[in-house]
Design a protein around this ligand. Structure first.
Ligand SMILES: C[S@@+](CC[C@H](N)C(=O)[O-])C[C@H]1O[C@@H](n2cnc3c(N)ncnc32)[C@H](O)[C@@H]1O
Length: 255
């Protein structure tokens, strides 16, 4: 590479930095996945919300040979605001940085965010390695998941109980989280309707939250047979098996 003058050099270095940021962006999500797998947020929480590495290590199960590498993972996670990192003061000789929970990592406590585990699962991530190929081929089915796994995602949930649980838990937890906020912040949206159907509503997390908050709204969920089979009973929500591309039962509002 030829560097001609100062401003060109600066531009080239900035461009390379930007390129590296984009190239290594996956490190952020993989570091997050490690934090979830290792329950690091819970380990910090057990120390009152802020902990040094030795304190974290008392609660996290690591192979002893990997202990020296934990600080690298924590540095990435601090850079991405999953945790905060407070450096020891220069006068405090030999003391350790303190890692604290942030609003982001508080969402990870007690495995509260199964959506993160779901989205970062290799089954969901791996199709994206083929995104370029997907753009080059005229496919009979416009589904990148099917291109990699040979079947659409909802077919796989039907055939693979572990994957089904991962997806249902992930989506239901996200619906629950969002609906709790929507019900508080946008209650007026639910006034004046007497029936609602959540199309592709999964095991009914959103519909149950609405039904509980607004008992005057008769809530139903339409989903595929193998999903409805796992829906909870006695929730006040009506679960209907069907294909949304064939028909949608009538209701005042469709979610
Ligand atoms: C993105 S998820 C929505 C999940 C839901 N919001 C929840 O809280 O679990 C899409 C849903 O659509 C369902 N689905 C996919 N194809 C469908 C179809 N043809 N007819 C009805 N439901 C379908 C899936 O089974 C899945 O539960």
């Amino acid at each position: 590479m030829e560097l001609t003058n100062n401003s060109t050099d600066r531009g080239l270095l900035d461009a390379q930095l930007e390129l590296w940021h984009n190239t290594f962006a996956f490190m952020k999500s993989m570091a997050l996945k490690s934090a979830v797998d290792l329950h690091i947020a819970d380990a910090i929480h057990l120390h009152g919300g802020a902990a040094t590495l030795p304190q974290i290590l008392t609660k996290v199960d690591l192979h002893p040979s990997k202990i020296p590498s934990l600080h690298r993972l924590m540095r990435v996670l601090a850079t991405t605001n999953v945790f905060s990192m407070q450096h020891p003061s220069p006068s405090a000789d030999g003391s350790e940085p303190v890692y604290a929970l942030t609003p982001v990592s508080r969402l990870l406590l007690g495995s509260q965010t199964p959506l993160t585990a779901m989205v970062l699962d290799p089954i969901i991530v791996s199709p994206f390695f083929e995104l370029g190929t997907w753009f080059q081929h005229e496919l009979p089915d416009p589904c990148i998941f099917k291109q990699t796994h040979g079947r659409p995602i909802w077919e796989m949930t039907k055939q693979d109980a572990t994957f089904d649980a991962l997806v249902n838990d992930g989506l239901a937890s996200d619906s629950q989280f969002i609906m709790d906020v929507a019900i508080k912040q946008c209650a007026e949206v639910f006034q004046g309707i007497s029936s609602l159907i959540d199309v592709g509503g999964g095991i009914g997390a959103a519909a149950q939250a609405i039904s509980k908050a607004f008992p005057h709204v008769k809530c139903s969920v339409l989903d595929l047979e193998h999903i409805i089979a796992k829906a909870p009973a006695d929730t006040g929500v009506q679960f209907i098996t069907g294909d949304m591309f064939e028909s949608i039962p009538p209701a005042n509002a469709v979610l």
